[in-house]
Design a protein around this ligand. Structure first.
Ligand SMILES: [Zn+2]
Length: 383
């Protein structure tokens, strides 16, 4: 018997001004002393002052934990759990991009569970169960890329070895998401482009991934369309509300869809981040086209469908698939993504190829990718 398991995300309030619902959401859930978790970069954003005023006006007794930024590591989680206990907190407001969201969700886990964070590593033999007793968590994304606000995973690096540890549990999906596109107005063009390309890559890889999940595939196709329509506009004009909305939605759709699986692009990107400290979205963007060409033969029908969705009219499957590949390359150019590893100081090493090969994302790629395949893919973009 072959059964499939489907999970769909959470209570999402979406649209300009959604942030204003925050005090009401806390009241409804009887949260009286939340810990606000955000990375330090957010503190200087204009919208952060607005959120502080909103909470002060409603006399919410909150404390802020913002003593972190960059790549999420375990020490940030440990310090966050201490802040949670010091404040005697009864809930979490998690505000920010992928880093804050991953750290915040892990704080929720460790504030209510015994032992060491890495005991809970996904698929670790003997790992203790993640129980549904996590504190109430409301997630408020300020970037449109990872979609971590609608996901149950948290990726935290070991401070010493830099190894990325994935922790996953349905109880780690935030109970409410306030997705307010106006909170992404202050993102610089480069970060808009990199995070947006991550969202696009999630949607494309989820659609092509080999697992059976037509619900995710439907979502992924629309997520791809939204990214093509709105990413160039969001990069060009940071205050284009319609474009910011489109990208925030594409980001959440990508993260919803990728429970179906990802693929070789993410394995290459994880290796580039580990070996050369590349931004995750940037790494995906540089690798995407080469990885789609690697998959072209087995994914021809799906690539052709994406070509059709983007306006291709040819009756030839091959031509439509190539039309889509061309669209990906044009989009990369439009939003300023280079086409080679050298352009940002990376080069091919055995370690790079090894990390990509060991990464688990490509296990769901539509076709197997060997170490030699990874070598060839990296060589095709070396420059
Ligand atoms: Zn990603």
């Amino acid at each position: 018997m072959s059964l499939s398991s489907f999970r769909f995300p959470t209570d999402i309030r979406f649209g300009a001004g959604a942030i204003a619902l925050l005090p009401r959401i806390l009241r409804e859930r009887n949260v009286k002393r939340p810990l606000l978790v955000t990375d330090h970069g957010v503190l200087s954003c204009a919208f952060f002052t607005g959120i502080q005023q909103l909470l002060a006006k409603e006399e919410v007794v909150y404390a802020t934990y913002a003593d972190f930024g960059g790549n999420p590591t375990k020490k940030f989680v440990t310090a966050g759990v201490e802040a949670f206990r010091r404040h005697n907190a009864d809930g979490l407001i998690i505000l920010g991009g992928g880093c804050a969201l991953d750290v915040g969700k892990a704080i929720g886990l460790m504030a209510t569970h015994e032992g060491d964070l890495f005991d809970y590593e996904d698929d670790k033999p003997g790992a203790p169960a993640i129980e549904p007793r996590l504190p109430f968590m409301v997630a408020i994304p300020t970037t449109a890329g990872t979609g971590s606000e609608v996901g149950g995973s948290s990726v935290i690096s070991d401070d010493e070895t830099h190894r990325k540890v994935i922790i996953w549990g349905t109880a780690m999906v935030p109970k409410v998401v306030l997705a307010d596109p106006e909170l992404t107005f202050e993102l610089p063009a480069t970060i808009t482009a990199y995070t947006g390309m991550d969202a696009l890559t999630h949607n494309i890889e989820a659609y092509l991934a080999k697992n059976y999940h037509p619900m995710c595939e439907g979502i992924a196709v629309e997520g791809v369309r939204l990214a093509f329509e709105f990413l160039p506009r969001a990069v060009e004009n940071p205050r284009d509300l319609e474009a910011r909305k489109g990208m925030l939605m594409s980001s959440m759709m990508g993260a919803t869809a990728f429970q179906k699986g990802l693929g070789v692009t993410h394995s290459c990107a994880h290796a580039l981040s580990t070996c050369f400290d590349w931004h995750h979205g940037f790494a995906n963007a540089v690798m995407l086209s080469a990885c789609l060409r690697f998959n072209r033969d087995v994914s021809l029908t799906k690539l052709a469908h994406l070509g059709r969705v983007l306006g291709g009219t040819s009756s030839s499957t091959e031509t439509l698939a190539d039309f889509f590949l061309q669209k990906v390359e044009t989009l990369c150019q439009q939003v300023g993504i280079p086409t080679t590893l050298k352009a940002k100081g990376a080069h091919i090493t055995e370690a790079l190829i090894e990390v990509a090969t060991q990464d688990s994302c490509h296990l769901n790629n539509p076709k197997p990718c060997t170490k030699e395949d990874f070598r060839r893919i990296f060589h095709s973009v070396e420059g």
